[in-house]
Design a protein around this ligand. Structure first.
Ligand code: URA
Ligand code: SF4
Length: 205
């Protein structure tokens, strides 16, 4: 199958990865998106956060989690005592997938084929950084890294081992918090989200 594999640079250091990913055509998602949104942060980071895919604002800015979901994430990281500048933040899929509704670009969930096609970038990032703690934000990242059977409702907040990190944990996607209409339920999710991030931060030695 077509994938990002064909676009990996010879040297897997960060600058070469970023440059090569700009030209990735490993799946069709590059056709309508503005640009590749690669992970950002120090490659010496001990903590890596993986989201799903860039949203509308990330697509325009070229950086992960700078839109509404990023605001939710920033606030929760702060409450968990995590300095985002010391973490590496990336996504399972590097191009924005959307449908047009008038002038608005509505987020569409990437399918398993697209996640698989993009996985070489994520694996290269994790291979380079080798994080001490790996946080999957939402089911897409968790299924990409932990396995297709992963369910947030069953395994959120549990320590798991993956090929890339012995301390892997999955929690809610920050966007999920934005979608819950009930205030009580939203507040509970937010508490759980912060508790998971706090648990992850405490695992850092
Ligand atoms: N949602 C994600 O999963 N990643 C982003 O970068 C922004 C929104
Ligand atoms: Fe390449 Fe990933 Fe973009 Fe598809 S989504 S073109 S695999 S970078």
């Amino acid at each position: 199958a077509r994938s990002a594999r064909d676009f990996l640079p010879e040297s897997l250091d960060y600058p070469h990865l970023v440059k090569a990913a700009e030209k990735c055509r490993g799946c069709d998602l590059h056709q309508h998106a503005t640009q590749t949104v690669f992970g950002v942060g120090p490659t010496s980071a001990r903590l890596v956060l993986v989201g799903e895919q860039p949203g509308d604002q990330e697509d325009l800015a070229g950086e992960p989690f700078v839109g509404p979901a990023g605001e939710v994430l920033d606030e929760a990281l702060h409450e968990a005592g995590i300095d985002r500048r010391q973490t590496y933040v990336t996504n399972a899929v590097k191009h924005f997938k959307f449908t047009l509704r008038g002038k608005r670009r509505l987020h569409q969930k990437p399918d398993a084929r697209e996640v698989n096609a993009c996985r070489p970038w994520l694996e290269a990032e994790l291979g380079l950084i080798r994080p001490e703690v790996l946080i999957c934000l939402g089911a897409t990242a968790a299924q990409a890294l932990i396995g297709r059977d992963f369910r947030i409702t069953r395994q959120r907040g549990e320590w798991l081992q993956t090929d890339w990190c012995d301390a892997t944990i999955a929690t809610y996607h920050p966007s999920a918090l934005l979608r819950v209409p009930d205030a009580e339920q939203r507040a509970q999710m937010r508490r759980d989200f912060i508790a998971d991030l706090t648990k992850a931060a405490r695992r850092l030695t």
